[in-house]
Design a protein around this ligand. Sequence first.
Ligand SMILES: [Mg+2]
Length: 386
Amino acid sequence: MNRRQLLRTAAALPAAAALHAAAPPPKTLKITAIETDVLKRPPATPYYDAIHPFGTESGSVVLRLRTDGGITGWASSSFGMIAGGPSVVQTILEREIKPVLIGQDPAFPRRIRAALWKALEYQGVGGPTQFAIAAVDIAVWDILGKSAGLPVYKMLGAFRDRIPVYSMCGWYYDNDADLGQYRRVIGEAVEQGYHAVKIKVGRDSIDDDVRRVRAAQDILGKGRRVMVDANQAFNRNEALRRGRVYQEMGCFWYEEPLPPQDMEGFAELAQQLDMRIATGENLNTKYAFADLIARRGADVVQPDNRRAGGVTEWMEIAAIADANGLELASHGGGETNLNMLLAMPNAIYMETGGPQKSMKDGELPGPREPGMSSEVSEEEIRRYRV
Ligand SMILES: [Mg+2]
């Protein structure tokens, strides 16, 4: 077809051309304001893992990104124990991130991440600074989902619409030498419909660990899984000694046996044990994960959506794990983790706990609402705002 014929053909299609011209150009959004609230929870009954006390000090930072299109992006970053953490994150958001963020187009999350890393490199992109960067990224993805009318997992390249979950319920409790409280919560998890539970180990002797694993397995019965989590409690020798025992007992994975910075220790342990080594909740950014994965220091990679980075960084970590044949699980639950896990073929579990209304066969379905489903209710903000 020559140019003249082409023009004639085009002229013969006025209706199609008009239709094309009538489609409105895609709206470009701009971030116009950022708002933050620090929430503080009242002290609850204390509970413990191998090294941390929980329940007395907890809170969160709620972030809202306003746009000129009327869409607001939400994120909520929680702290389980650091009393001052939320206000540090709030200060970073208000004083250092805000000037960089105002005027940015939320359709460019990687450009925003680059701008924030550049602005914050002086203190480094780890610790509370990364909590702040991650919250921005989560809120940006919430805006993108809402503007497209899709739940975020469908924008990330969905792989599935449900994901197996496990209950993190086997904590240490005060005055629980007979494991009465411990047994009760695991029994509740079974009643709630979970097919897997995670228990804490490593606070006491190996004999105590064996007692806890056995008690959990007795309650769960055949066909349900127990994961053990040592929360960095061991050195390399002890990690191997105990790991052999958990392996022998048939535990599904062995989480964070060593401090996160001991990458070489993780590599040695993963080679010496057949059972899955799970770790990653305390690593910042994909560079730390790339190091861990290159050393083959984990079988299940567990990025935390606050410490590892927001959605953008987390999904890159998940893809590096996938390319290395490794399984993926979340640290923690909630809608942000759910959206991300549903987009990855190597995802095996989301961490959660307590009753889940929509759980069926030990799995949770994907969120239906457009965006991240990361909004915090006005009532909750009013009630706990500092
Ligand atoms: Mg853990």
